[in-house]
Ligand binder design. Structure first.
Ligand SMILES: [Zn+2]
Length: 456
């Protein structure tokens, strides 16, 4: 995408970030792991003597001083330290197939451990270890390739995130309540895949009751209880000391910025709005706005990515929340990749973790962020009605609402990021397994999950 003029750039409602694309390109430098990479021959090294067989399509293997060297083809090699291989043995004595926990005593492995024999077998690399009790390990090829660290190999790409602006209103991600609740979980997978891709998803046809909405929330995982309750159901009565409980307009923000770990998903459902108007829902893709900021104002992006923003929740006499971390910039990154937007200007505390010469540039950057955030190109306004719930990734998509009058009853829940990610991972195993999962599914499987699953 690159260098389009601001006006062109801003007119793109559904786009993908350059940063995500750059990451994808970097990951695709080396080829992806497969079950049986082609190779010329099976090599077997024993006591320094190479034994060749004529079997095809297997990687070569040999023992070095400190590492086992695998040749995937004539030009691509991976090296694995002996201690690493021994520690990662997943035979039934070394790894509990049911609990997926390590049994081998890492601290009893001699630091200088070295195989006495390695052999390329169709099902994987076989390694024999010296021991008073001889021990043989077998590592599947796809697992070895996936976990190659010397050099690092390309891993299966995560599903691409689709960044969006206001034009998402033409076809917002939506599933039906029936799909979401269907017992085969296929609709649930579609639902959570939409959240993963777009950062939000509507659920239509939900019975307009708190009971049905709570049941829907619990399809994803445990509800995260907070000072606002477990499953909340409220009107504008200031029952809690927060502007959410008023009729005031709320600008685009993320929730619980004052937690060490802000809530992951938020599901909410307008149950009733009578005797008044207003109260439209605002959604803004924080990753989209960040991508524009990064492209047009890289210095501002850098400041908002590095300056810690303290926050608090102090509206209730018996609660006083502040994050137990100073790693709370508005744009948070992991390994160079944007992973979290944390922004609620109303909950911001005293700004003190910055250099004197950063103060004016930081406020300039904040103003630029706010301008992009509130641009008509970014804002997706939708008038919700009873029966349509929405779930929002609170680490990515900001939400807000316009002022209203009359009686407006909302209900909803928070769901932890870990519970949501776990559910999506389990459904992905079932409906969209990666190559390592497919390849090792039949190996040491207990509980329907192989000991060689790539997440372990
Ligand atoms: Zn073992």
């Amino acid at each position: 995408m690159l260098r389009c003029s601001p006006s062109t750039r801003l007119s793109t409602a559904v786009s993908r970030t350059s940063s995500l694309k750059i990451i994808a390109q970097r990951r695709s430098k080396s080829s992806h792991g497969s079950a049986a990479p082609s190779s010329a021959s099976v090599s077997s090294f024993q006591a320094g003597h190479e034994v060749q067989s004529d079997a095809k399509e297997l990687p070569s293997s040999r023992i070095d001083d400190k590492k086992v060297v695998l040749g995937w083809d004539t030009t691509t090699y991976s090296r694995y330290h002996h201690i690493w291989l021994r520690d990662h043995c997943r035979c039934p004595q070394c790894f509990h197939a049911h609990t997926k926990q390590r049994l081998v005593n890492t601290f009893e492995i001699p630091p200088e451990v070295k195989p006495i024999h390695v052999e390329s077998k169709p099902e994987g690399l076989e390694v024999q270890w010296p021991s008073s009790h001889p021990h043989t390990s077998l590592y599947p090829w796809s697992w070895l390739r996936y976990n190659s660290y010397d050099p690092p190999m390309k891993r299966a790409e995560k599903p691409e995130k689709i960044l969006w602006g206001s034009k998402i209103l033409q076809s917002p991600p939506t599933i039906t309540y029936e799909e979401a609740m269907a017992s085969d979980d296929r609709g649930l997978f579609r639902w959570l895949s939409n959240v993963d891709k777009f950062g939000f998803c509507f659920i239509s046809g939900v019975p307009p009751t708190p009971e049905a909405t709570e049941e829907l929330s619990r399809r994803i995982g445990f509800i995260r209880e907070t000072q606002y309750g477990t499953f909340w159901d409220f009107t504008s009565n200031l029952a809690k000391g927060d502007t959410a409980y008023t009729t005031l307009a709320l600008g685009a923000h993320t929730d619980t910025t004052y937690f060490t770990d802000p809530c992951g998903l938020q599901l909410f459902h307008l149950l009733e709005h009578t005797g008044g108007t207003g109260g439209a829902t605002l959604l803004v893709d924080g990753f989209y706005v960040a991508s524009i900021l990064k492209e047009l104002h890289p210095d501002a992006y850098e400041l908002l990515s590095t300056v810690s923003v303290p926050t608090h929740a102090a509206g209730e006499a018996d609660a006083l929340f502040t994050p137990n971390t100073r790693n709370t910039p508005i744009l948070r990154h992991e390994a160079g990749e944007l992973t979290q937007v944390r922004f609620n200007n109303d909950d911001r505390s005293v700004l003190r973790d910055l250099q004197p010469d950063q103060v004016e540039p930081w406020y300039d950057a904040l103003r630029t962020w706010y301008k992009l955030l509130t641009s008509p190109d970014s804002e997706y306004w939708v008038q919700l009605s009873p029966g349509t719930a929405v779930v929002v990734d609170n680490h990515r998509v900001l939400h807000g609402r316009s002022a209203f009058d009359g009686k407006r009853r909302m209900c909803g829940a928070y769901i932890g990021m870990d519970e949501y990610r776990s559910k999506l991972a389990v459904l992905s195993e079932k409906f969209a397994p990666d190559t390592v999962t497919q390849d090792t599914a039949a190996t040491y499987t207990a509980n329907g999950r192989s000991v060689w699953h790539p997440a372990l």
